[in-house]
Structure formats: C-alpha cells, structure tokens
Design a protein around this ligand. Structure first.
Ligand SMILES: CC(C)(COP(=O)(O)OP(=O)(O)OC[C@H]1O[C@@H](n2cnc3c(N)ncnc32)[C@H](O)[C@@H]1OP(=O)(O)O)[C@@H](O)C(=O)NCCC(=O)NCCS
Length: 217
C-alpha cells in the first residue's frame, strides 16, 4: 500500500481523507499545510509541516492536494512539482463513484461518493467532482476544474481549465464552457459560456467578467 501525504487540513481535506480511507489503496502518513501548525490533528492524522519539508522526506510515495479553491490548489500543486518533480500525485476515487469504460481521470483528481464519470469522458489533473456530480459521455474537463455537489453535464460537453461549477448547476449536451469561469449555483446552461466570466440563472447568462484567481467560494 502506498504511503501518501495529504496537502491541506481544512474541511475539504476531511472529505478527501474519507475518500482515501474508503478507497483503501493508500495509507495516509500525515498532512501538510501552510497555515495550521505542525501537530494539528485532523481525524487522527497530524500536520507534519509544509511543502518545504517534502524536500527532505524520502519515504513518501505520493501526495494529493486537498484544497477546494481551484486557483489555490493549482498554486500549491505547482510549488510541490518544483520541489519534488519525482513525487506522483495520486487520484482518490470513492468506491461508490462510477467511472465508465473509456473514461480517464487525471492525476491529483478526487471523485467523491455518488459521482459519475461516463463513457470516454476525460477529466483533467487536480479536478474535484463533489458528491453526486455527474459528467456524461464524451465530455472533456480541463485541469483544476471543480464540480460542486449535484452539478451535472450532458454528453459531449467541454469545460475549460480552472472553471468552477456551482452546486446543482446543469449544463446541456454539447455546450462549451470556457476557462477560469464560474457557473453559479443552480444555473441551467443552454448555450456556450466564455472564458473568464461569472454566469448564472435560468437560462444562464454571463453576468460579469472575472480574473484568474479571483475568490468565488
Ligand atoms: C455565482 C456566484 C459566485 C456569484 O457571486 P457574486 O458575484 O459574489 O454575487 P453576489 O452574491 O454579489 O450576488 C449578486 C446578485 O446575483 C444574485 N445571484 C448570485 N448568485 C446567483 C445564482 N447562483 N443564481 C441566481 N442569482 C444569483 C444574488 O442574489 C444577487 O442578486 P441581487 O443583486 O438581486 O441581490 C455565487 O453566488 C455562486 O452561485 N457560487 C456558487 C456557490 C456554490 O456552489 N458553493 C458550493 C461549493 S462546494
């Protein structure tokens, strides 16, 4: 069984710990965090330090970044990659998630309970599919994307990197959503949404522009 570290010690990290424990393929040896001090305990796992401590830890065999914000998760993943280019990012897939034939899940991604990735869909690196999220067949999801609980797409959808779909957002088949975009909670997306925008409503409209890294949670 692989010995891994989890980066993050907040609410999202607790959900990721649960997925990893239930999947039963990796053994968590500890947590890393920039804010919570060493010794902080989360579900029996201790914060051991931050990413700089990875440079000297030869025993770790894998890592996952458990930060909910897409931009912050990317910053940390890139920092870790430059400190330890050799260290694999693991994927965490809940045993009650469904990943269909031909589907691919990129390194560092998390698929939570009840989530569905349907046939021949590609999920990028470091994505999060929260509880009961669903990505239907032949879709393409960029790196660092998040689907909040119950967000769902039809088939043949394309979603750009760093985009966040809010809770219960629905995207009809064959629609493209740009990168660095936020689709609001409960939106019904019937037509394409541009890069760097905030869109919501039924039907969803682009309400305003946003910049890369702008907070949305
Ligand atoms: C889309 C979103 C980011 C917009 O945030 P914002 O730009 O800060 O918007 P505000 O909160 O300032 O609201 C501005 C107006 O838009 C409305 N609005 C905001 N989000 C909306 C949504 N999803 N659907 C419909 N109307 C919405 C507000 O009610 C407000 O209306 P008002 O001016 O008549 O009072 C946010 O509301 C949202 O939906 N986030 C997703 C949250 C989520 O899914 N969390 C789960 C994470 S796991």
């Amino acid at each position: 069984m692989k010995s891994i570290l989890i980066y993050g010690a907040g609410g999202h990290a607790k959900a990721v710990i649960d997925v990893i424990e239930k999947a039963g393929e990796c053994r968590v040896t500890g947590l890393l965090d920039r804010i919570k001090p060493p010794g902080t305990n989360v579900y029996g796992y201790q914060v051991l330090g931050n990413e700089n401590d990875l440079a000297v830890d030869e025993s770790v065999q894998g890592l996952i970044v458990a930060i909910g914000d897409n931009w912050l998760r990317a910053e940390v993943a890139m920092a870790i990659r430059s400190i330890r280019p050799d260290l694999p990012f693991i994927t965490a897939i809940h045993p009650n998630a469904s990943v269909a034939r031909g589907a691919e899940i990129g390194e560092g991604s998390v698929v939570m309970a009840g989530a569905v990735v349907n046939s021949d869909t590609r999920i990028g690196k470091h994505c999060i599919l929260y509880t009961l999220a669903s990505v239907d067949h032949d879709s393409s999801v960029g790196d660092f994307v998040s689907f909040a609980p119950h967000a769902a797409t039809g088939g043949g959808v394309s979603i750009g990197a760093y985009t966040a779909l809010g809770i219960g957002a629905k995207i009809i088949h064959s629609v493209s959503i740009g990168e660095h975009t936020v689709v609001g909670a409960g939106a019904n997306v019937l037509s394409p949404i541009a890069d760097y925008s905030v869109a919501y409503g039924t039907p969803a409209r682009e309400i305003r522009a946003r910049k890369a890294g702008e907070r949305y949670l």
